[in-house]
Design a protein around this ligand. Structure first.
Ligand SMILES: [Zn+2]
Length: 456
């Protein structure tokens, strides 16, 4: 057994003296793995019994007759949760640059991302989501909090994303990016799509969850803030949007709206339980603490922040999660970037990479109303990742965050298990023909890039 200061085996509820009966639901034993939780850091060697969608037993004598999956020599950890991403950006790797190089975040939004989202039609929304979900699953994620925009294909877009997520086998929290940037008609369309999907969730017509989505304060008129607040109140849910990614939200609030950003945020009412606030690189401390006290989560996206040159998010705490912001849905790569970015900044946050990863899992568990937090204990959801990672140096609870940041890679992801089901096994998607997906993705990307030329 590897050196460990605490073990999951001793800390987790186990079968105790006897073994657990197999019961009616499908059961699987993950046998011989090193169980790792990142926050608080805990490790230990133990078998894990999955029954149905949940973990039935950790350690102890396993029931006879259940199929065993050998995970010896592997790390077994709660599967990753991507707390903020844009699946619609999944076909952008290598796309042609805009006619002139963008210099600011606003340039990048107007010349790149808003040309991209305008070029999306229904089929491109679906294929983008399929590709993004597949990338996430293969990088060990069980859940995605997505932020979607397709102003020329708004109605029904969240259903197209949900069906792609279902094809891969993940679970998701969806919203549409309401915005006034394309006029009142599309603003109303965004609100309508949010309301429609919230209603589907309320009626239990989809297994996924929904938030009230909007782009960012700089593209929202005051009456839109009021409409969003009304929607969030009606369905008793949080909001999902970008806030203070750079200084533009502040400048817009003061110069154009003649109201300071904190006042606009108060009018919006985003400080509420379940809200997902992306970036907050330039959010004032008072607004940040108001949101934290209300139960909102922040999501930091260090690679995106680097790519857009907007600075480093200074926020800390157990409600600050990690997102990939549409780059590649690889949360291990994001954790590594977080570690390096904050090491460079000398702000003492680098070793909080594990806290950030766990916060995303906690956020998803809250949004889905899971009975147990996302840990490897009996009764918790069986959302697990198996990493074929043989550490070349001792790995202990006290240094596991270093292994996360410097050792683990998404290439180590062997299996991804979502609600007790393998969606990735032996590095292959279980329900998707990967060769077919590659061909579809390349054809869709070529079509998307061609369509984008019309919006530059
Ligand atoms: Zn984003």
């Amino acid at each position: 057994m590897l050196p460990s200061e605490t073990t999951l085996k001793s800390a987790a509820p186990t079968a105790g003296a006897g073994e657990t009966a197999l019961g009616d639901e499908a059961a699987t034993i993950l046998a011989g793995g090193t169980l790792v939780e990142l926050n608080p850091p805990r490790m230990g060697l133990a078998d894990v019994l999955l029954r149905g969608s949940h973990i039935a037993q950790v350690g102890g004598r396993m029931p006879e007759g259940a199929p065993r999956v050998d995970v010896s020599g592997c790390v077994v950890s709660p599967a990753f949760a991507i707390a903020h991403t844009h699946l619609y950006m999944s076909l952008t790797c290598g796309m042609p640059p805009p006619p002139s190089p963008p210099r600011t975040l606003t340039d990048k939004l107007e010349w790149v991302w808003w040309a991209l989202d305008k070029a999306l039609d229904d089929d491109l929304v679906h294929v983008s989501a399929l590709v993004g979900a597949a990338m996430a699953a293969k990088a060990g994620a069980a859940s995605i909090i997505d932020h979607h925009s397709s102003p020329r294909a708004i109605d029904g877009s969240l259903d197209l994303i949900a069906s792609a997520i279902d094809e891969v086998g993940l679970r998701a929290v969806l919203c549409y990016e309401t915005s006034d940037r394309d006029g009142k008609g599309r603003r109303d369309g965004g609100l309508r799509e949010n309301r429609r999907f919230l209603e589907r969730v309320r009626k239990g017509e989809t297994p996924h969850r929904a938030l009230v989505g909007a782009h960012a304060m700089m593209t929202l008129e005051d009456d839109t803030l009021d409409a969003m607040r009304e929607l969030a109140d009606k369905y008793a849910v949080g909001m999902h949007m970008h806030v203070a990614e750079d200084l533009t939200d502040h400048l817009d609030a003061e110069r154009i709206r003649k109201t300071p950003l904190p006042k606009r945020l108060e009018r919006l009412g985003i400080a509420r339980e379940g809200s997902v606030i992306a970036h907050a690189v330039q959010l004032d401390a008072e607004s940040a603490s108001r949101m934290t006290e209300a139960g909102a989560f922040f999501v930091t996206n260090p690679r995106s922040n680097m790519a857009h040159g907007v600075g480093v998010c200074p926020l800390t705490g157990s409600n600050v999660a990690l997102g990939t912001d549409g780059i590649d849905n690889d949360l291990i790569a994001e954790a590594r970037a977080y570690y390096l970015r904050h090491s460079e900044a000398h702000d003492g946050l680098a070793r909080e990479s594990g806290v950030r990863v766990t916060a995303g899992q906690e956020l998803v568990a809250q949004l889905f109303g899971d009975a147990q937090p996302p840990r490897i204990v009996a009764g918790a959801r069986a959302d697990l990742v198996v990493l074929d990672y043989a550490p070349l140096t001792p790995m202990t609870p006290s240094n596991v965050v270093e292994h996360l940041a410097r050792g683990w890679k998404s290439a180590h992801v062997r299996d991804t298990i979502v609600g007790g089901r393998f969606v990735v096994r032996d590095r292959r998607l279980c329900d998707i023909d990967e060769r077919d997906l590659v061909l579809r993705a390349r054809a869709a990307a070529s079509r998307l890039w061609e369509r984008m030329q019309g919006y530059y």
